[in-house]
Design a protein around this ligand. Sequence first.
Ligand code: FA5
Length: 325
Amino acid sequence: MKEIQKLVDEAIEEINLAKNSTTLNNIRVKYLGKKGLVTSLMKKLKELPQEERPKFGALVNDAKNTIQAKINDKFQEISALEKMQKYEKLAVDISLPGARKDIGHLHILSQVQKELEDIFISMGFEVVEGPEVEDTWHNFDALNTPDWHPARDVQDSFYFTEEKLLRTHTSPVQVRTMLKRKPPLAIVSPGRVYRRDYDSTHLPMFTQMEVLYIDQNVTIKHLKFTLEEMAKRIFGENSKVRLRPSFFPFTEPSYEIDVWFGDTWLEILGAGMVDPNVFKNVGYDPTKWSGFAFGLGLERVAMVKYGIKDIRDFIRNDIKFLENY
Ligand code: FA5
């Protein structure tokens, strides 16, 4: 009897000390398994005199039940603990800083384009688009640009066929819009244009934004106000802008607009009052309708705004340059 009690005490002590379910299972095997200490006590039954056997058997059974119950209790305790530990491991510490991912941002040119679009939208203009592959009629003829004009030369433009080329400016969108709609009109049209140019202020592929306003009794005052308002908003109140007489076949009179660029003037756009011949070409009555138009070089605008000296930086895709804007 004493031996049995001793065994039970030992088992309970071991169970109390068990820290995980593996240890607990080993204890179970050690005492209650097929070859376990308690189980083997049963085998001693045969060695005992007949009359002691039932009592002994009952004691061994009690011992077995006590140990089993103790193991069960401990198992409950341990598995609850283990579950908690597992969840603690899985838990996310929301006080830790997140893993930062570098995300890109809009290219400087797209930013300038958006900014200009917003300025014109706020003045009541609408954004429209036109094709980059144009025909000579929309790109030149309709814009009163005669055969002899240098822009029509293959030296200056990219032709697919004699009549198809990469548009040399966004002005053909004026023509397309006027043909499609009825005046009054107030539109802007940004997009890529192409020329055989390449130096620190000229790219073979660059971006323009066409601005066209048509109504009755439109004068140079409207053009000047719009230009000044745009310049103020994009370059700041103190920007210096210069209107210089110039020539375009599709405007009369015509101007070129320069902005002060640190130590010199930089031409950013061509402008003028829509030539009556253009109105005739799209079927508008030039005695009734008048308007102004201009075409901005967006790279040039960005150069002035951010002090960029070489226009080729826009297309070099140098991340160090692009990250600055
Ligand atoms: C034109 O393209 C006219 N279509 C503008 C216009 C529209 C005049 C409506 C009147 C009415 P010009 O060739 O000057 O004009 O070009 C306009 C602007 O585009 C220039 O002021 C300049 O800012 C920019 N630009 C011209 N060529 C290049 C080039 N190769 N690279 C970058 N920007 C250029």
